[in-house]
Design a protein around this ligand. Sequence first.
Ligand code: MGD
Ligand code: MGD
Ligand code: SF4
Ligand code: MO
Length: 734
Amino acid sequence: MTETHFRTCPLCEATCGLAIDVEAGRITRIRGDEDDVFSHGYVCPKGASLEALHTDPDRLKVPMLREGDAWREASWEEAYARIEERLGAIREAHGNNAVAVYLGNPSVHNMSGTFYARPLLKGLGTRNVFSASTVDQMPRHVSTGLLYGSPGLIPVPDLDRTDYLLMLGANPLESNGSVCTAPDFPGRLRAIRKRGGRVVVVDPRLTRTAKLADEHLAIRPGSDAAFLLALVHVVFETDRVALGRAELLVERLDALREAVRPFTPEAVAARTGIAADVTRRIAAELVDAPSAAVYARIGSHTVGFGSLASWTTDVLTLLTGNLDRPGGLMWARAAHARASTDETPGGRGFKMGRWKSRVLDLPEVMGEFPVATLADEIETGGENQVRALITVAGNPALSTPNSGRLERALDRLEFMVSVDPYLNETSRHADVVLPPPSPLERSHYDLALYGLAVRNVANYSPPIFETDQPQEFEILSRLALIAMGKGAGADPGLVDALLLGGVIQDAVGNPASALHGADPQAVEASVADREGPDALLDVLLRSGAYGDRLSLAELEAHPHGIDLGALEPRLPGLLRTEDGRIDLLPEPIAGELARLRIALEEDDADGMVLIGRRHVRSNNSWLHNVPGLMTGKDRCTLCVNPEDAERLGLQEGGAARVRSRVGQLEARVEIDASIRRGVVSLPHGFGHGQAGSRLTVAAQHAGVNSNVLTDEGDLDGLSGTAVLNGIPVEVAPA
Ligand SMILES: Nc1nc2c(c(=O)[nH]1)N[C@H]1C(S)=C(S)[C@@H](COP(=O)(O)OP(=O)(O)OC[C@H]3O[C@@H](n4cnc5c(=O)[nH]c(N)nc54)[C@H](O)[C@@H]3O)O[C@H]1N2
Ligand SMILES: Nc1nc2c(c(=O)[nH]1)N[C@H]1C(S)=C(S)[C@@H](COP(=O)(O)OP(=O)(O)OC[C@H]3O[C@@H](n4cnc5c(=O)[nH]c(N)nc54)[C@H](O)[C@@H]3O)O[C@H]1N2
Ligand code: SF4
Ligand SMILES: [Mo]
């Protein structure tokens, strides 16, 4: 008998609904769930790979312990005991900061990671916290914090209603979208054009997304901030500022006008490679469009002025009257979010740099340091040196800059723990590896992504299969208890109780919550039969923005999800700046503007630069072990423009040596007219087949690691995010 389970795919940000057929305990088919309220049947090739992930013989089921150079399987109790002993000794001798933590990307796609990493961090009491955010979206958090007072209040382009989308540094036809949750992003883009709207893509490569657009601007890497500022300049110059819903909220409009005066389209054209008349026309189109949204992602953010670029996307949207209105940039209202206190703008405001990193004096942002400086903290002796590391759902050995140096640093650690289902390039350096269950063995609800969605949606999936492995929230709880000094044998339920107590307190104390005034013990009793994250989620839903009608039981009764409607205006109530207003020229931005003016003068346009790319059948570093996703031609190639290839003497399929300030590698050449002259592109997440790892399929498609070339010394000025695009390189035949 076939049973069909409906489940949200947890692999990327698109949150597609899957229909998974199971027969006698085995998956027989995975397809898109036609009835899913958000994705309507859309899937990408990765969705179906959940079966292969689940049955992957390389996926770990029991903890692995290092004995010298070899691995052996261990019981959970033995693994926790080893961790307690070693971490305890290191912290006792060297203090809390001697233990660092790195949280990787999948921890955001997983309720365990989202809820239970915090008690671990709290228990450890370390300032050495790092995450994939500083090789990704931290610039977006910084600009969001500066504009709206809280780094989580990120607005998204209202894709389904916009008349004009200016998209920079994003390739959703491969990535399926980022910091903008929109299943079938490609279809939503096509729909803009079908209803008579216009899509403009700014990217050094003529990507599949750019091909779908009305217009492609092949910008020079690293110059998006300059281009966007020139657009702002033109909006002022042509006197077309129309603030719309932000009219009574903005401050220092005149100061901004002055600050962008130098960034004329002519002044930035050499840097951006975009002709001044094109910039002027795009600005005019933006202001003339009935509605417009400016959306930028990783190609614009992981560069030297990434936070400035991110800030300018919002400011441009705001100045053209498109902030917080249908078709512009808008805010989602997630079902699990605190019941709305939208009526009262104001708050504590956004602060960064409250403390600094030990070695390079880099400011913390959102309580963490740039992962680019992790190696510094491990290698540099002295008080507070990092001697132990815990990685959760991360593969920094492949995903962070100057990975050659980081790998050497990992070898110097006195102790390392990885919470990870694989022995891979990172966990091979660990002393203990703790494997969580597969995605199909846990419940799922997209805590992080529904706050970034282009519609208000809620969808919960129960686990499909049972498992003997502890759930990841239990693993993280056990680590938290060790960190709190309660010992490896303590009851993990203590952590659940701690988290639940906090959530219930908020729920009953918040006047806007449907649980306001309820008896905390009664609320606790009402979720007594729910496990870990599910209990927390239920209380959040019942006390959230739709708490009068939503609960976990209600979501369980709707396996295809519940549509809560199109995005709605949220200003001014959601603003969390101290004065409840939007400062158009905060001091950190003024500083970046000054720095950019100098950089524009110093620009030299001669050398080659490296950028990254994604392929729809990849997911950063960790889906290369799925055979079905690795068929077809080699994807880890260096794309080179035909004119550059000829000038440099590179042959199709031949080997090129690529050298940067920090490293070098050899890659196979793919001559590709779609890439801008002077730019080469290599995907990240490859470089498999390392000794001590156990990724049989990935090792057969090893490829090379592009982060051997990226420079840990080159960071976005405000957020400390690594520069991963626009790396100066020399390219020659190998
Ligand atoms: N298939 C697949 N999907 C994924 C992932 C994956 O690895 N594979 N990863 C997921 C993750 S973690 C993320 S964060 C998202 C990222 O999602 P996206 O931001 O859409 O990422 P990319 O597809 O890498 O697109 C970035 C684009 O920026 C361009 N670019 C490079 N430098 C510049 C520049 O200086 N300026 C401009 N304007 N463009 C530039 C590149 O050519 C590329 O086309 O994707 C997610 N989805
Ligand atoms: N050059 C260059 N570098 C980049 C990028 C780029 O565009 N160019 N993109 C950057 C971006 S956007 C990101 S997000 C980072 C990603 O950087 P990371 O998050 O460090 O790396 P991932 O490749 O996502 O590795 C995820 C790890 O989590 C494990 N894992 C998978 N599922 C689970 C789970 O449920 N629980 C646990 N505990 N572990 C799990 C996998 O086995 C793998 O080891 O890479 C960044 N690096
Ligand atoms: S686009 Fe693909 S990987 Fe992303 S959620 Fe949908 S099916 Fe999963
Ligand atoms: Mo990412």
